[in-house]
Design a protein around this ligand. Structure first.
Ligand code: ADP
Ligand code: ADP
Length: 223
């Protein structure tokens, strides 16, 4: 199992109130899966992705990434895991606006001092090509369409060769046809490179492309 959640619960403090975002979630994800998280707004999809992505920590229960319990890890070890094992794709793309497509894809590789300049350049070129954006390498995000921006974000997520890509509503800000193209690209990468993808979505039509759909409601998995 590449990801395991064991009886995971998550509560947020909201002033004096407590919001329960996840209740008793247990889930095993195989290496190479292309898995969708479905469910209405507020059902806990982002929270679960953030916990698997080591962006936040569970209130109760255990999360294992590649068999390792992440709650025993130091902040440095978690940062290392985020950089080397995990890739992130967001609904709002989260590209750096002053950087070109090339520079956005290169950015996480610059945080990996072990990756030599030549390798870095080859990787950027490779992934821009894979997402079909080689001709737009020198364009900034505001010179690209929504679909193109998301493709830059996918190239950026893949450039560090993560074993798991987490995508939170990656198609939510795209029209249906463009969104479907983005999902197809992710699926091709899943099949060609064996990368595990876990994505959340509202769109029943893109959900159909998943190997497995886990449906959340009110912080719980629906059977
Ligand atoms: P989804 O991604 O399915 O829309 P979320 O994981 O964003 O669901 O939210 C699950 C629940 O947790 C909701 O009730 C939401 O309001 C609450 N929540 C999410 N993030 C926070 C936060 N940072 N502080 C307080 N409550 C939060
Ligand atoms: P996609 O299907 O990937 O969303 P589109 O078909 O919408 O792409 O866009 C095609 C062309 O229009 C591209 O050459 C892109 O650079 C250009 N384009 C789209 N939106 C914008 C924008 N807001 N500013 C500049 N160029 C844009």
């Amino acid at each position: 199992m590449i990801v395991e959640a064991q009886a995971v619960g998550k509560e947020y403090a909201l002033g004096k109130q407590t919001v329960t975002a996840l209740r008793n979630i247990s889930l095993s994800i195989h290496k190479g899966e292309f898995m969708a998280l479905a469910g209405p707004s507020g059902s806990g999809k982002s929270t679960l992705l953030n916990l698997i992505g080591c962006i936040d920590t569970p209130t109760t229960g255990t999360i294992l990434i590649g068999g390792q319990n992440i709650s025993g890890k130091t902040p440095d070890e978690l940062a290392d895991l985020r950089l080397n094992t995990l890739g992130f794709v967001f609904q709002t793309f989260n590209l750096l606006p002053v950087l070109s497509a090339w520079e956005n894809v290169e950015y996480p590789l610059l945080q990996q001092p072990k990756v030599a300049k030549k390798t870095r350049q080859e990787r950027v070129q490779h992934y821009l090509k894979v997402v079909g954006l080689e001709p737009y390498a020198h364009h900034r995000p505001n010179e690209l369409s929504g679909g193109q921006r998301q493709r830059v974000a996918i190239a950026r997520a893949l450039a560090t060769r993560p074993s798991i890509v987490l995508a939170d509503e990656p198609t939510a800000n795209l029209d249906h046809k463009t969104g479907e193209g983005i999902l197809r690209l992710m699926k091709d990468l899943n099949q060609e490179e064996g990368t595990t993808f876990i994505f959340s979505t509202h769109d029943a039509r893109v959900m159909e492309m998943a190997d497995r759909v886990i449906e959340l409601a009110d912080g719980q998995i629906m059977e």
